[in-house]
Design a protein around this ligand. Structure first.
Ligand SMILES: Nc1ncnc2c1ncn2[C@@H]1O[C@H](COP(=O)(O)OP(=O)(O)OP(=O)(O)O)[C@@H](O)[C@H]1O
Ligand SMILES: [Mg+2]
Length: 300
């Protein structure tokens, strides 16, 4: 029924080398058609959660995957789309770094990757050559990969689709902001410190300009839990200040915890690596909060 993929995009197959050779943007349908298709396909999902920050390394991937994992643990049908083409990390964080995408021969649809923790996901990673070959695609190809993959994947019915975005407000981020239909919400990830604050401000304004409703702010690496006392080792929390200024909610403050690196290295969720810990508790609360807000809005 299915075989290895041969994308219309001519994305190089794993191990063939040549991510530097830009694939043709002219093959396949026009980008407007792909946008329309993606929009229609994604409209079947109940909600879209777009995790963005502007700032690199604040924990977007950690928050996006954790949110997906904890929502799935609650029994929701969850998808996770890795929109970071240069720094794709979702397959690693989910412990599925060797996952292979299959294509349905008859329809040429892609089958989503499946996490052992009950999430359907997609990433550019399985299409790339192994090793350190960097992705040298310019904007149109980055856009095309996202829109093509979103529209051409047989996702099935999903309650929530979570999107992990790269830092900045470049092509991938703009594409996601344009193609994702309502009901869609941005979850802004910040961390303490003035530099993070100024970059996160830009992400908030970006969301506003793109008419992307902001569900709230998650401050990651917010404090270290020292026997119940919250010690702000990276600097004073800016979450309340930002929330007040832009009239958004603080959804969660997540502690700095080495268990997270361990969970990422092992490709396992926090609820397995550090059950009952402060970090487990705050992530479960975050998922509960997001779920509650979607329920209140009668989306779920
Ligand atoms: N609260 C935390 N405590 C400790 N380590 C963390 C925490 N959050 C994330 N990390 C670690 O920090 C690193 C960066 O996290 P992550 O990859 O999620 O950030 P990102 O914002 O997605 O980065 P990028 O901008 O490169 O996509 C990872 O090694 C991750 O394990
Ligand atoms: Mg990331």
């Amino acid at each position: 029924m299915s075989s290895k993929p041969s994308l219309r995009l001519q994305v190089p197959k794993k191990g063939t080398g040549g991510a530097g050779g830009a694939p043709s943007t002219r093959s396949g349908p026009g980008i407007e058609v792909l946008f329309q298709r993606a929009h229609e396909k994604l409209s079947r999902f109940k909600a879209h959660l777009i995790v963005l920050s502007g700032k690199g390394g604040v924990g977007k991937t950690f928050i996006a995957t954790s949110l997906a994992l904890y929502l799935a643990k609650k029994g929701l049908r969850v998808g996770l789309f890795d929109a970071d083409e240069t720094g794709a990390a979702v397959p690693f964080v989910l412990g599925e770094r060797n996952a292979e995408v299959l294509v349905v021969e008859k329809t040429k649809e892609l089958l989503p990757l499946e996490s052992r923790y009950g999430i359907k996901f997609m990433s550019i990673e399985p299409f790339l050559p192994e090793g350190e070959t960097p992705l040298l695609w310019e904007g149109a190809l980055r856009t095309r990969f996202i829109v093509d993959t979103l529209s051409n994947t047989r996702w099935g019915d999903l309650d929530v689709m979570v999107y992990d975005l790269p830092p900045g407000t470049g092509d991938e981020v703009i594409t996601i902001a344009q193609v994702i239909p309502p009901p869609r919400f941005a979850i802004i990830v910040s961390s303490p410190g003035q530099i993070a604050e100024s970059v996160v401000r830009k992400a908030i304004v970006f969301a506003q300009k793109m008419q992307l409703p902001i569900m709230g702010l998650v401050e990651n690496m917010s404090y270290v839990d020292c026997n119940g006392e919250k010690v702000e080792v990276l600097g004073k929390s800016t979450a309340d200040k930002l929330a007040k200024e832009y009239d958004i909610e603080v959804l969660a403050r997540i502690p700095l915890d080495p268990a997270i690196r361990r969970a990422h290295d092992e490709g396992r969720p926090i609820y397995e690596v550090a059950p009952g810990s402060e970090i487990d508790y705050t992530l479960a609360e975050l998922a509960e909060r997001v779920y509650g807000l979607l329920r209140v809005m009668r989306i779920l």
